[in-house]
Structure formats: structure tokens, C-alpha cells
Design a protein around this ligand. Structure first.
Ligand code: GDP
Ligand code: IMO
Ligand code: MG
Length: 429
């Protein structure tokens, strides 16, 4: 069977968690490759809602191997609370079904403090981060000052690494007008967490490659989305990792041919949390209606999500960036009840029509969407089990998405629950 990679094709929150949960039934190994607990992946199973920030969304399938690989940044307190939360509901998370890379970087208390203080200092120019310390942690990885899980679980190494960087961090925190830290208080907070994490920590480079060589089927779980990619997204209003299929290679230590089919998840409209350009944003009643019908409030921070019409120019950018084989289109049900639905097919930039996504945000900010209108539908579609059961105008929308993106639709999602899913074609061929 082919491996499958699931990536966000917009600005995050496309419904990756739901799709990964469904595909997990067909995989042996489910891997998170990048990002950290800035992610909030929602699964709705039997009416119960579960939001995962760190643990791969395959964890509800108990016999699978879930891996938090080297490209991830990990907050030990958050991870342990997530494990406890699942255990309270009778879902076992043990070193048998969850493995954490010794090479993953640890989000430290000062990373969170720096993230928060910088956002306050930036005022109106803030990025609108999730405040989870993601950027400062990846900075320390790039500057080779970070603490990895392998350091966290070795007390003498942990003290050595924290001691080496504390003065610089405190100088920065002082400059930002924020509270400073002592080495001892950080060690006191991390020591019990390190003990609890230790049994899960392994060399996942070796493990993943061995599982791959043994012919196991992999499901790669992306976090964030194409337009939040540090290199190819709407910089600087992005996250600090490579959110596309490329990040899955470096984030696991597996070779590029391992990915198999790459499936991009897109809502039937667009949302964004945080600051930055958003050409099809609807700052009007229509946007408000989408937010209410779609319950568009962040899974991680609870912030209202900005809403707008589906943007095919941006989606084509995601197709190129990830080498998408197919799409999963989610939240089609949310568009029900509108007289008409718009999709953006091109931008107008300085009097010219363009069909590519500009690389510079100064240009993107000047882009005006060119829309095509599709008539809406009133039927409730969450119970639809096949494409044929969908209203003709919903089918027309999916066809148009396929034509304009150049990608077949593999899956159509018509409600938050596992059961509200129409699978058109399996990527595990
Ligand atoms: P992720 O970060 O990509 O995993 O997405 P989130 O979980 O942050 O946000 C997606 C939200 O939409 C969650 O609340 C899901 O339960 C919900 N959702 C997913 N698919 C559908 C769908 O087809 N219809 C509706 N109404 N909700 C959906
Ligand atoms: P999932 O995996 C939506 C956004 C933040 C902010 C920017 C930088 O659930 O799709 P960061 O805290 O990463 O430094 O914030 O990125 N962001 C997300 N938006 N979904 C996410 O994850 C996100 N992770 C980060 O809102 O604009
Ligand atoms: Mg999310």
C-alpha cells in the first residue's frame, strides 16, 4: 500500500485532524513531522469532541504507532496533560503506541515568555501568534542553542544547556520588559516532566526508517497550512516551520520517495487566525455568517477566525508547493443556505489579471479577488454518503474546484463527525 501525507492547503484549521483520524484506520504508523502545540486538531467521534495539540490524530486507533518526529517542537507540560486527558477517557497512551524523537526540540518557559512579550511590543504589527513559544524555540534550533528531548531526559545535560543560554534570554526579556528566569526554577519545572517523558523518548530516525524498511504503511500528519510556511507562505505572517510536504522529509529523516500520495486539505471557503493579508476575506455579514455556521473559533486559542470565499489562486500555490495528488474538501455543509457561493479564480493586481500567488506580501496586499459565482443550495447535506446524494450545485462546486486546481477531490467532508464523510477515492492505492 502507498503511504499518504496529509497537508493543510490554506492557513491552517482545514480539518486535517478529521481526515487523519479517518485515514489512520488504513495506516500502521502516524507521524507528526513539524510544528508544535500551535496546532489544534479536532476529531469528533461518536459525538465526542477531542482536540489534540501534540499527539498524532491516529491515537484513537490504539494499536497504531504514533510518532512525534524530530521536526516537531514539544512543550512537555502540554504533552503530559494531553496524555492524561486521553487516559481519563479510557484511551491508553503508552510507549507502545506513542514515541517521541530524542531530536525534537523542547519549548522552554522562556520561549513562551519571549513569544508573548514580542507580540505585546509589536502592538498593531503583531503576527498574532498562538503564544506557545513556537518561533523562539525554532530560533534556538537554528542558532544551535536549543534543548532537545535527548537533553531534557539527561539531568546534567539539561542543566548545562539551560545555563549556556539563560543570560542571553534574560537580557532579551529585560529589554522587552518581561519577567526573567533562573536556571534553578526552570530545572525545577522540567525535572518531573522529563521523568514522565523519558519512557516515550527514542531515536525515531532509526525507528521510522526500520518500520519503513519492514514495509509498514505510513500516514504523515501535517500541521498548520501551506500559506503559513516559513519559506513559501505569507512571510512574515507565517509560522516558523516548513508546513508542506518538504517539511515532512526533514522532519522525520525519511527519504523523499517515502511520502507516497500527498493529499491537501482545503475548506470549501477560507479561514485565517492571526494577522496578515487575506485577499478573499469577508469583513461583512456574509463572513460573520460563515463564522457562525462553521463554528470558526480557534481550537488552540479560541480566537474568532477570519472568514472568506474559497481562493483558487492560493490553492494552486498549495498544489505546487506540496506536489498535491488530490484534495480533501471539508466543511461543504457550512455553505448550505446561501443563495450564491463565490470562488476566487484570479487576482487583479495594479490593473492586470494574474493567476499566480505573489511571493511578496506587499503585492498580495494590493490584490483584489476576481470571482466566479456558483448558485447555492438549501438542503441539509451532513447525512449524504455519496457524491450523487449531494445537491447538484454542491457537485458543480466540487467539479469547479477540480478543474481550477488541477487536482482530483479524494474526499468530501459534510460535517465534523467521522460519519459525515464521502470518500470518492482512497489515496492508499
Ligand atoms: P485542523 O487544525 O486542520 O485539524 O482543523 P481544526 O480542528 O482546527 O478545525 C476544523 C474544525 O472544523 C473542527 O472544529 C472540526 O471538527 C470541524 N470540521 C471538520 N470537517 C468539518 C466538516 O466537514 N463540516 C463541519 N461543519 N465541520 C467540520
Ligand atoms: P493547525 O495545525 C491555524 C498561525 C497563528 C499565527 C501564525 C504564527 O491547527 O492548522 P505561531 O504560534 O505558529 O508562531 O503563530 O500561525 N497558526 C495557525 N493557524 N492553525 C494552526 O495550526 C496554526 N498554527 C499557527 O495564528 O497567525
Ligand atoms: Mg487547527
Amino acid at each position: 500500500m502507498s503511504n499518504v501525507a496529509v497537508v493543510g492547503a490554506q492557513w491552517g484549521d482545514e480539518g486535517k485532524g478529521k481526515v487523519v483520524d479517518i485515514y489512520s484506520a488504513r495506516a500502521d504508523v502516524i507521524v507528526r513531522c513539524q510544528g508544535g502545540n500551535n496546532a489544534g486538531h479536532t476529531l469528533v467521534v461518536g459525538g465526542e469532541k477531542i482536540i489534540l495539540h501534540h499527539i498524532p490524530s491516529g491515537i484513537l486507533h490504539e494499536t497504531k504507532t504514533c510518532v512525534i518526529a524530530n521536526g516537531v517542537v514539544m512543550d512537555p507540560g502540554v504533552l503530559l496533560r494531553e496524555i492524561e486527558g486521553l487516559a481519563k477517557n479510557g484511551r491508553k497512551v503508552t510507549p507502545e503506541n506513542l514515541v517521541i524523537s530524542e531530536s525534537a526540540h523542547v519549548i522552554l518557559p522562556f520561549h513562551k515568555a519571549i513569544d508573548a512579550a514580542r507580540e505585546i511590543a509589536a502592538g498593531k504589527g503583531k503576527i498574532g501568534t498562538t503564544g506557545r513559544g513556537i518561533g523562539p524555540c525554532y530560533e534556538d534550533k537554528a542558532s544551535r542553542r536549543g534543548v532537545r528531548v535527548g537533553d531534557l531526559i539527561r539531568p546534567e545535560k539539561l542543566r548545562e544547556r539551560i545555563t549556556a543560554s539563560i543570560d542571553e534570554k534574560n537580557a532579551l526579556l529585560k529589554h522587552l520588559g518581561a519577567k526573567t528566569f533562573t536556571v534553578d526554577e526552570i530545572i525545577a519545572e522540567l525535572t518531573p516532566q522529563a521523568e514522565a517523558i523519558k519512557p516515550f523518548a527514542k531515536d525515531t530516525f532509526a525507528l521510522l526508517n526500520e518500520l519503513c524498511e519492514a514495509g509498514k504503511t505510513f500516514l504523515f500528519e501535517g500541521a498548520q497550512g501551506a500559506l503559513l510556511d516559513i519559506d513559501n507562505g505569507t512571510f512574515p505572517f507565517v509560522t516558523s516551520s516548513n508546513t508542506g510536504s518538504g517539511g515532512m522529509i526533514t522532519g522525520t529523516g525519511l527519504g523523499p520517495k517515502t511520502l507516497g500520495k500527498v493529499v491537501g486539505i482545503t475548506k470549501a471557503y477560507v479561514t485565517r487566525v492571526g494577522s496578515g493579508p487575506f485577499p478573499t476575506e469577508l469583513e461583512c455579514e456574509t463572513g460573520e455568517a460563515l463564522r457562525n455556521r462553521g463554528a470558526e473559533f480557534g481550537s488552540t486559542t479560541g480566537r474568532p477566525r477570519r472568514c472568506g470565499w474559497l481562493d483558487l489562486v492560493a490553492l494552486r500555490h498549495a498544489v505546487r508547493m506540496n506536489g498535491l495528488d488530490g484534495l480533501a474538501v471539508t466543511k461543504i455543509d457550512v455553505l448550505g443556505g446561501s443563495d450564491e457561493i463565490k470562488i476566487c479564480t484570479a487576482y487583479e493586481l495594479d490593473g492586470k489579471t494574474i493567476t499566480h500567488f505573489p511571493g511578496r506580501i506587499e503585492e498580495l496586499e494590493r490584490c483584489k479577488p476576481v470571482y466566479e459565482t456558483i448558485p447555492g443550495w438549501n438542503d441539509e447535506i451532513s447525512g449524504s454518503k455519496t457524491v450523487a446524494e449531494l445537491p447538484p450545485n454542491a457537485i458543480a462546486l466540487l467539479k469547479r474546484i477540480e478543474e481550477l486546481s488541477g487536482c482530483p477531490v479524494y474526499l468530501a467532508s459534510v460535517g465534523p463527525g467521522r460519519e459525515s464523510t464521502i470518500e470518492i477515492r482512497s489515496p492508499f492505492a
